[in-house]
Design a protein around this ligand. Structure first.
Ligand code: 9Z3
Length: 317
């Protein structure tokens, strides 16, 4: 007999169970995330779960084609570095091959152009001029690794993302308000349920393709209500039309009743965001001078949010 759903189970949770198979490794990853959260929580540290990168939505079950999106993962990867600098431990839930903290700084560089083979002895040496600031960056990366402050978790498909987010939220619930969720991943709003997906490659000989997609369940709802109700939760709202941005951000806050929406527009996202809360909205902007000095907007976002997280924790006592 099927277990009855608890009265608080949200529609999104029901849909997650029905339409998305649980990957076999999720329980093991959940155990590692819970251990990470407990260890850092016990040391008095805050823990942030960052989601980063886009999602891949398959069109065939033996997948040849899929629907993707633009996100590079830069927002998530650079924010992870600033959270680490602010004393947080970081679970980095990211799309496979999207940008990664620290290595993102060298993502445009061909590694082989930065290495030289010495004529005598055959030793390989690094040409530091080809890798800007490599010494301090490497030191910081190694310090973070040695202190066990960064737990990377990868996903590729939408289904993996959804189940790993649920597992992460449940794993972080033990540290209550010390947990922050920073949901910067660009998650697909649409998918094809497994039961409606063709098994084999769609044939072009059948003519033009028409696909019908369902709405992806909104995970914010069960996350805030059931999985991590004491946590400090930030979602991101992305639009291409600036005139509807703030109204959509406010609507998300009212619907999900979480703490913050960071609103951004595709074309200006590197230099301008609005941090929207229930009774306030605050613009963060990079000045021309800051842009010249290569200041990143994520430094300002993280500084703003870690201050609000501190206040939030104070109110929960
Ligand atoms: C964002 O808005 C992020 O800031 C970006 C960062 C994805 C624009 P990049 O990875 O870009 O640095 O290239 N993330 C959330 C986007 C999103 O899909 N939000 C949903 C929405 O707007 C809510 S979950 O409806």
């Amino acid at each position: 007999m099927e277990a009855p759903q608890s009265p608080t189970t949200t529609a999104a949770e029901g849909k997650l169970c029905e339409d998305f198979a649980v990957p076999s490794y999720v329980e093991e990853v959940k155990r590692r995330m819970a251990e990470f959260a407990e260890r850092h929580g016990a040391a008095g540290r805050r823990v942030v779960l960052i989601t980063s990168g886009g999602t891949k939505v398959p069109l065939e079950s033996r997948t040849v084609r899929f629907l993707d999106n633009f996100s590079s993962g830069r927002r998530g990867a650079s924010s992870a570095e600033y959270f680490l600098d602010s004393g947080y431990a970081v679970i980095f839930l990211h799309r496979h091959r999207s940008l990664y903290p620290y290595t993102r700084l060298y993502s445009g560089i061909n590694l082989l152009d930065a290495l030289r083979s010495e004529p005598e002895g055959g030793r390989v040496v690094v040409d530091e001029s080809a890798l800007p600031r490599i010494t301090p960056v490497l030191k910081r990366y190694q310090a973070v690794r040695e202190a066990g402050l960064l737990l990377p978790v990868e996903f590729s498909t939408l289904s993996e993302y959804l189940h790993l987010l649920k597992a992460a939220a449940q794993a972080l619930s033990s540290i209550g308000p010390k947990a922050m969720f920073y949901l910067a991943a660009a998650v697909s709003d649409f998918y094809i349920p497994a039961s409606e997906m063709p098994e084999h490659k769609i044939q072009s000989s059948n003519g033009p393709l028409q696909i019908s997609m369902k709405m992806v369940p909104k995970m914010l709802s069960p996350l805030v209500k059931n999985w991590a109700p004491q946590a400090f939760v930030i979602s991101f709202k992305l639009e291409t039309d600036p005139s509807i941005l703030l109204e959509r951000a406010r609507r998300a806050l009212e619907t999900y009743k979480h703490q913050v929406v960071v609103a951004n527009v595709l074309d200006t996202r590197r230099g301008y965001v609005v941090v929207v809360t229930r009774d306030d909205q605050h613009e963060l902007v990079l000045t021309d001078e800051e842009e010249q000095k290569q200041v990143e907007i994520e430094e300002k976002i993280v500084s703003n949010l870690s201050a609000s997280h501190g206040q939030f924790m104070g109110q929960q006592r």
